[in-house]
Design a protein around this ligand. Structure first.
Ligand SMILES: NC(=O)c1ccc[n+]([C@@H]2O[C@H](COP(=O)([O-])OP(=O)(O)OC[C@H]3O[C@@H](n4cnc5c(N)ncnc54)[C@H](OP(=O)(O)O)[C@@H]3O)[C@@H](O)[C@H]2O)c1
Length: 258
């Protein structure tokens, strides 16, 4: 059977734009792909931090911008195309995480999280997808989260933003695959990054950023649609999400202790 996306068999001819690459998973992925031979542009707000991430890498370019600024997107894409000579794959990973309980909703946080985690993805897609469709080749990868699979404690805002991306990626795949484009949904479990440093609980299946980067690259190479990891924890959570309501909530209460 054919794979959902065309497998990326060599990174040497791939021009990749990693957005959200000044730290954590995005930074590790950019470095991994550079080591594999790709040409990579890295973006985030912190210019100096981006420079530090790709220091000494000849095939790397830095394009700093704020993804919540709609007007900055066309300019950023033009700069990336100028640096790389074109774009074969865009990885969209800029996001924030504010652990929140249902009884402590801060509307400012809700608006800012949806604006960054979801609306900014649409901002990016609105400039990137027409370009890729016109060329009839290339790929887009959204970084979601396995917290999108089912409601989890304190994921009140974050989980909902990532569930939105899980749905969005499926529609993108549905519409863009027939046009020759690749669409990927990356659903990480817990990864040790500045984002998860706020968690004061034991994170099951916690991975390093290098392990996460390797899993993502392998997913691209295998032509997957959904790239989820770590395999064990992500699969268990996926299976739990399919269970009948009472059993699902019972197990989640037991596992999370909440
Ligand atoms: N770590 C995990 O356990 C985990 C699990 C599931 C999913 N994820 C997802 O993986 C992705 C990367 O997360 P991470 O854990 O690696 O977190 P991280 O280290 O905090 O990285 C977040 C990145 O987003 C950038 N960013 C934030 N706001 C931005 C803005 N307005 N404009 C441009 N860039 C912005 C940050 O750079 P600047 O501050 O320089 O702008 C940074 O490069 C996110 O989508 C996250 O939701 C992470």
């Amino acid at each position: 059977m054919r794979t959902p996306n065309r497998p990326i068999t060599s990174w040497a001819n791939q021009r990749v734009w990693v957005i959200g690459a000044s730290s954590g998973i995005g930074a590790a992925l950019a470095l991994h792909l550079l080591h594999e031979g790709a040409t990579v542009a890295v973006s985030a707000r912190r210019h100096d931090q981006l420079l530090e991430v790709v220091a000494g890498q000849a095939r790397a370019s830095v394009v700093a911008f704020d993804v919540t600024d709609a007007l900055a997107w066309p300019q950023a894409m033009a700069e990336v195309i100028e640096h790389l000579g074109g774009i074969d794959l865009v990885v969209m990973g800029a996001a924030r995480y504010d652990p929140t309980h249902s009884w402590e909703i801060d509307l400012k946080q809700v608006e800012q999280s949806f604006d960054l985690n979801v609306v900014s993805v649409y901002r990016g897609l609105s400039v990137i997808v027409p370009e890729l469709v016109a060329r009839g080749t290339g790929g887009v990868a959204l970084i979601g989260s396995i917290s999108a699979y089912t409601g989890l404690p304190r994921a009140l805002i974050y989980g909902a933003t990532k569930a939105a991306l899980n749905n969005l990626a499926q529609t993108l795949y549905f519409e863009l695959a027939p046009k020759g484009l690749s669409v990927y949904l990356i659903n990480p479990g817990f990864v040790q990054t500045p984002m998860t440093a706020v968690n004061d609980f034991k994170m099951p299946g916690l991975m390093t950023t290098s392990q996460a980067a390797l899993s993502i690259a392998r997913g691209f190479e295998r032509g997957l649609f959904e790239i989820r990891f770590p395999r064990g924890f992500a699969t268990v959570l996926r299976l739990i999400s399919y269970l009948p309501d009472r059993l699902r909530f019972y197990l989640l209460h037991r596992f999370t202790g909440m």
